[in-house]
Ligand binder design. Structure first.
Ligand SMILES: NC(=O)C1=CN([C@@H]2O[C@H](COP(=O)(O)OP(=O)(O)OC[C@H]3O[C@@H](n4cnc5c(N)ncnc54)[C@H](O)[C@@H]3O)[C@@H](O)[C@H]2O)C=CC1
Ligand SMILES: O=c1[nH]c(=O)c2[nH+]cn([C@@H]3O[C@H](COP(=O)(O)O)[C@@H](O)[C@H]3O)c2[nH]1
Ligand SMILES: [K+]
Length: 502
């Protein structure tokens, strides 16, 4: 470390965040410190809750356009975690959870299954997949007999025949608990192009993994250790509410193997949430509970005293949120993360900085200001692994992304909860929108983590713990950026440019 500092330059966080302003990530900037280690030696391993360890500080938000099973699997594969949303029935949420828990390979495999006597009538029978699987009865819970590749079918002379007349025979399947290395080895050893994975026990087909999938995944940048539970399954979380009916939902989720539950509310400091925390702690003492959302020390203190194992911070900071406009409550996210973390750290309760992340710099700021993980909605929406299909808007490939407090999400299209019950007024606190196709999170999350490591290196922080210590000991300094400084900090003065990050 460089020589002792005998002058004042910049502000310690404690001073900056006690001036009566609500700052967000873009308002503040860290002053660089001293580098004495390479980027690759920065460690981003962290805690989601007191008991759950992750190798990257990333959590996908419990929103119905962000986290279902493919997202949860990809997040755990990368070393983070996904929280399955609860905008569905308890049994629907249970199936999504089970679907994530039964997988170890982050493929988005959306294939059709037919029986040997079926006929493939047109190319559209393949859907978005390049292969159709053939099983004895044409269902998932049936013996695999073979497959038909779209490319083979296109070259067939007699496309009208039954699939058993031309399918490629396949006698193999592997347990769905196989990881990528085991499947790669299996495909190589048998010299086959693809293999279905099946659940232990009932033998239900889970995925179809092709050599192309395996090669593609192996080409993505290096990742952290996957997030695994003691039974070798991926760690997966789930959201619940604080109504009486959520106790039944919780029972399903516990049966489904949820590793952690998030009490999903915009204002977590309520009698309903405190009662739910007590109920969960009494009924399932082994289950970790994340409370929130909170933005003040007072709110946080109440939930900590009630026994939460983690805190989710952010009110109105999300990209689709209108809470601050509608309700006049909330807080700038940088201030909220700093203030809540400063009290939560005294009890060793990890903080999730939720909402408002739109670049790697925001992640650095959230983590250095005291958070242990960041929760992201829009940053992960629009990816291959996010729920929903791509569509085109003005020539751009996009996926829908919507707030869970938007009218559309609250009424869920045909759901009559709101439209039928005229006595209950519903006010939207979120919007429905779309985000651009970002490709697989398997690719852009590792690049983003590398950018975060570079930020940590500039600050002289080799880990989250070291960053938190540097901030608390007032060695790390920061300042507020004026409007002009923010303009200067972005790209400016060019006639045109292309922004390509990696
Ligand atoms: N982070 C943020 O800034 C915001 C997030 N959201 C998201 O929107 C969704 C809905 O959020 P909220 O509306 O805050 O959900 P919520 O379930 O906490 O609250 C909905 C309403 O139900 C009431 N309520 C909850 N439990 C109750 C019980 N047991 N008995 C009687 N009343 C009860 C609440 O007081 C509130 O009026 C969540 O997914 C949340 O994450 C919404 C707004 C802001
Ligand atoms: O005011 C709100 N109205 C909503 O409809 C809504 N839906 C989600 N959220 C919150 O926003 C977070 C995701 O934010 P980002 O897209 O910025 O990552 C999420 O993680 C939530 O905390 C909402 N907030
Ligand atoms: K907002």
């Amino acid at each position: 470390m460089a020589g002792a500092v005998s002058f004042e330059d910049g502000f310690p966080a404690e001073k900056l965040f006690s001036q009566g302003y609500s700052y967000t990530y873009d308002d503040v900037i860290f002053l660089p410190h001293y580098i004495d280690f390479p980027t690759d030696s920065v460690q981003l391993n962290t805690k989601l809750t007191k008991n759950i360890h992750l190798s990257i500080p990333c959590v996908s938000s419990p929103m119905d356009t962000v986290t279902e099973s493919y997202m949860a699997v990809a997040m755990a594969y990368l070393g983070g975690i996904g929280i399955i949303h609860s905008n569905n029935t308890a049994s629907e949420q249970f199936s999504i959870l089970q679907s994530a828990k039964s997988r170890r390979i982050p493929v988005v495999s959306d294939f059709e299954i037919k029986s040997p006597s079926d006929v493939i009538e047109s190319e559209s029978d393949f859907g978005s997949s390049s292969v159709i699987l053939i099983t004895e009865t044409g269902s998932r819970k049936s013996r695999v007999l073979g497959y038909v590749l779209k490319s083979d079918w296109m070259n067939l002379k007699n496309q009208e025949g039954r699939v058993c007349d031309y399918m490629t025979k396949l006698d193999f399947s592997v347990p769905s608990s196989y990881d990528l290395d085991q499947i790669t080895g299996f495909l190589g050893q048998k010299g086959i192009k693809l293999v279905p994975t099946v659940k232990d026990g009932d033998g239900e087909i889970v995925d179809l993994v092709t050599m192309d999938d395996v090669e593609r995944i192996n080409e993505f940048p290096k990742r952290g250790l996957p997030s695994l539970g003691p039974n070798g399954e991926f760690l997966v979380g789930a959201a619940i509410g604080t109504r009486e009916s959520d106790k039944e939902r919780l029972e399903y989720l516990v049966k489904g193997g949820a590793d952690v539950v998030v009490l999903d509310s915009s204002q977590g400091n309520s009698i309903y949430q405190l009662d739910m925390i007590k109920y969960i702690k009494n009924t399932y003492p082994q289950l970790d509970v994340i409370g929130g959302n909170v933005v003040t020390m007072y709110q946080a203190q109440n939930l900590i005293q009630a026994g939460v194992n983690g805190l989710r911070v952010g009110m109105g900071s999300g990209s689709i949120c209108t809470t601050q406009e509608v309700c006049a409550v909330g807080r700038g996210q940088a201030t909220a993360v700093y203030k809540v973390s400063s009290i939560a750290s005294q009890s060793g309760v990890p903080v999730i900085a939720d909402g408002g992340i739109s670049n790697s710099g925001h992640i650095v700021k959230a983590l250095v200001l005291g958070a242990s993980t960041v929760m992201m909605g829009s940053f992960l929406a629009g990816s291959t692994e996010a729920p929903g299909a791509y569509e085109y808007q003005n020539g751009r490939r996009v996926k829908k992304y919507r707030g869970m407090g938007s009218l559309e999400a609250m009424t869920k299209g045909s759901d009559q909860r709101y439209l039928g019950d005229k006595s209950k007024l519903k006010i939207a606190q979120g919007v429905v929108g779309a985000v651009a196709d970002k490709g697989p999170i398997l690719k852009f999350v590792p690049y983003t983590m590398h950018a975060v490591k570079q930020g940590f290196q500039d600050l002289g922080a080799s880990s989250l713990e070291s960053a938190h210590n540097l901030l608390r000991s007032k060695i790390l300094r920061l300042e507020v950026r004026t409007g002009a400084a923010q303009v200067e900090g972005g790209v400016h003065g060019l006639v045109s440019y292309e922004k390509k990050s990696f």
